[in-house]
Write a protein that binds this ligand. Sequence first.
Ligand code: ADP
Ligand code: MG
Length: 578
Amino acid sequence: SSRVETLEFQAEARQLLQLMVHSIYSDKDIFLRELISNASDALDKLRIASLVDDRLRVDTTDLRIEIEADREQRTLTVRDNGIGMSRDEVVGLIGTIAKSGTAELLRKLRESQDAAASSDLIGQFGVGFYSTFMVADRVTLLTGRAGESGGTRWESDGEGTYVIEAVDDAPRGTAVTVHLKPEDSEDRLFDYTSEAKIREIVKRYSDFIAWPIRLVPAPGEKSENAAGDEAGAAGEGDEKADEKPLNSMKALWARPSSEVDAAEYNEFYRHLSHDWTDPLEVIHMKGEGTFEYEALLFIPARAPFDLHTRDARRGVQLYVKRVFIMDDCAELLPNYLRFVRGVVDAHDLSLNISREILQQDRRIQLVRRRLVKKVLASVRALQENDAERYRAFWKEFGAAVKEGLVEDGDNEEAILEILSVGSTRDAEQATTLREYVERMKDGQNEIYYLTGDSRAMIENSPHMEAFQARGYEVLILTDPVDEVWVERVAQFDGKPLKSIAKGQVDLDTDDERKSSEPEREQQLKDFAALLPWLAVKLQDDVKEVRLSTRLTTSPACLVGDTFDLTPALEKMYRAMGQ
Ligand code: ADP
Ligand code: MG
């Protein structure tokens, strides 16, 4: 019929699917985790939608996730009665990959020959729904969008096209049916229709999911579970025989941290970040007193591809007494910590709280201040106790954290402490400001730095000559954001920050000055005619021509006034249209 259409996956989606079909990822069990995770998100979305939109009349009393295994057909279905998808949503969300950075990821994947490295990259990106194609030779999806009549059926073998069809009636929510590959097609493929296997996977990966996950018998199949484990709890022929969910549904953040192990934290992180790599750091905290809250925050191991783009995801999930309120709650963390993922459960807020109210809520601001301090303190602790992990952190997130020096004056000191920058001292190893200050020469009162596009450019700058010659260490700042924060930050540990490209830099000690006095006078005489002549010749381009002690090999260099913009900053402002 005309309601059936065959469509092509978007090019990027097709490439990712290929990777899944010819899977490089060894742990295939995770496809079930991804389906459950999507079902759980869909239930959260429905509950929120029902609160926000009063035209949407839906029954939210029995939100749940069902898993139906059919041993004969070799299918596994994960079903939710959540928000569902419209036809266009199915095309947009399943047929394409909207995430920014896809092209970049695929380029890296093509370049990377090594399977482990590729699966790492995939992990970083998170392929979600497509992971079903690791175990399936065909996947069907039936979905009905809440508030709409009719539904959509989707099917694909993951090989470039999918079939989409409008159907007259579909229950609200989404059912994804995975047609498992022949059992012995690959040694790593388990029997995913086995109840024991399903229980094991749910327990391992999805125990904390807040909605009940239940096994239901396939139609026409005698429930093998009815006689199951809870002997006595079930009456004969009682449909509710297997009502007990497979998952404990315990909110991880509400449990004492001593009772949560690393594997549980990691799984929870994966669920909420959609990142397959374990987090670099877990921060589990509790606020008591007038405003109670629990927070479970994660610092990822890797920066997302879009960290430095406008559409970077930001914020943590907000819960009120175990009830999910919103995703990406930007009010709880400043922009420069946008890479932090996690959950904040605030006990005394209203379930209907809006973003507008959140922005003004003093208690939320208080929580935010505490979270920021805690995150910065955790990085400090890493720096002190685990240099390698600290360096990994800084490499991924340093550029974002430095934005904090512009945005968040209150925490300037804490940020300056955890900062690492390049230096002339060692081309390989960055330095902290604290280390720099400890190495400062006798009589040196300022922290010298030079900004520029690259290390090589800065090292070869004529400004550098006198400093190199006299053995002064100079910080090498090459991130675009460096230009901005060095303008804002007046000092560290009482030592002013000083650009060696600006104003007069006097490196001579008093003694040196005395002994070089005659020579300088002689030079001034020698060049008495040249300096004014140059000043006239260059009057449209420079303000002044001075005799300098800065240079050792170059004949001349350009110097900015102390309060001038640096060339890079000038360029940046111009690009921003200012
Ligand atoms: P992610 O969950 O990281 O966004 P997925 O590939 O797992 O990526 O899913 C892609 C999108 O498809 C989801 O963001 C969601 O909008 C939609 N989706 C997937 N499964 C469901 C479902 N069970 N119910 C509603 N929407 C879903
Ligand atoms: Mg998902």
